[in-house]
Write a protein that binds this ligand. Structure first.
Ligand SMILES: Nc1nc2c(ncn2[C@@H]2O[C@H](COP(=O)(O)OP(=O)(O)OP(=O)(O)O)[C@@H](O)[C@H]2O)c(=O)[nH]1
Ligand SMILES: [Mg+2]
Length: 259
């Protein structure tokens, strides 16, 4: 029984979504890593299509974490503030290069009194989204602490980081430019990819989550390829007592596009 909802047509990614600013991007390649494209074409993505990748969203109270997730997952916006108590999560299913891929988006509480509950859910994240309010410089300053706390529970070498400025609709272009300068600096220090969004207007929200899905997918496939080492992912080991060689790989075809 498939307990997961089918992939929506508007969650299909055939190309790599581009970064917002080249100065603070996880990478600036135009296309998916060729090894990843090739593995997808040859159905050699191992367990990636069955796995659910955990993404945690952290940041000060009221910066707009819940609104950001709700804009993307439900296409709704609530102008009234309702604090998240502890944590909440949403599932999003994508299809990337023909492979099903699921993200579990964990919306955590920014309020100090709920922080200890929320932090128990940080573990096992493949991506960390640190949100700040583009109109509140203190919330940008606090992002380093949010990152440090989240990294205590995760492997800094394998987790993908995103620094997201929220409520872009509330700043004038001049105010925005000033804030962006500081935010790009922080993102570079953190080795995070920078984004600026508005959940009220929807500006960049879809682009941002598509980029998170694409880069998390790419990292997952590369990790699978790495793990498989010499043995090719997707090959079936067949054991047949009649064969003199007990270990035969089912797919003997030479790769068509891999180097
Ligand atoms: N104008 C504007 N307001 C926003 C935007 N995003 C969120 N808000 C408002 O900011 C307030 C807080 O938003 P939430 O999404 O609940 O904030 P949060 O970060 O989840 O807060 P906690 O759960 O307490 O950590 C609400 O009143 C939202 O309507 C935005 O893009 N533009
Ligand atoms: Mg919230």
């Amino acid at each position: 029984m498939n307990i997961l909802a089918p992939v929506r047509r508007d969650r299909v990614l055939a190309e790599l979504p581009q970064c917002l600013r080249k100065e603070a991007a996880l990478h600036v390649h135009r296309d998916f890593n060729p090894r990843v494209t090739c593995a997808c074409q040859e159905h050699r993505t191992g367990t990636v299509g069955f796995k659910i990748s955990k993404v945690i969203v952290v940041g000060d109270l009221s910066v707009g974490k819940t609104c950001l997730i709700n804009r993307f997952c439900k296409d709704t916006f609530d102008k009234n503030y309702k604090a998240t108590i502890g944590v909440d999560f949403e599932m999003e299913r994508f299809e990337v290069l023909g492979v099903p891929f699921s993200l579990q988006l964990w919306d955590t509480a920014g309020q100090e009194r709920f922080k200890c509950i929320a932090s128990t859910y940080y573990r096992g994240a493949q991506a960390i989204i640190i949100v700040f309010n583009l109109n509140d410089v203190a919330s940008l300053e606090h992002t380093k602490q949010w990152l440090a706390d989240a990294l205590k529970e995760n492997d800094p070498s394998s987790v993908l980081l995103f620094l997201v400025g929220s409520k872009k609709d509330l700043s004038t272009p001049a105010q925005y430019m000033l804030m962006e300068k500081d935010a790009l600096k922080v993102a570079q220090e953190m080795k995070a990819e920078y984004w600026a969004v508005s959940s009220l207007t929807g500006e960049n929200v879809r682009e941002f989550f598509f980029r998170v899905a694409a880069l998390t997918f790419e990292a997952n496939v590369l990790a699978e390829l790495e793990k498989s080492g010499a043995r090719r992912i997707g090959d079936v080991v067949r054991i047949n007592s009649d064969d003199s060689n007990l270990y035969l790989t089912a797919n003997k075809k030479k790769p068509t596009c891999c180097p």
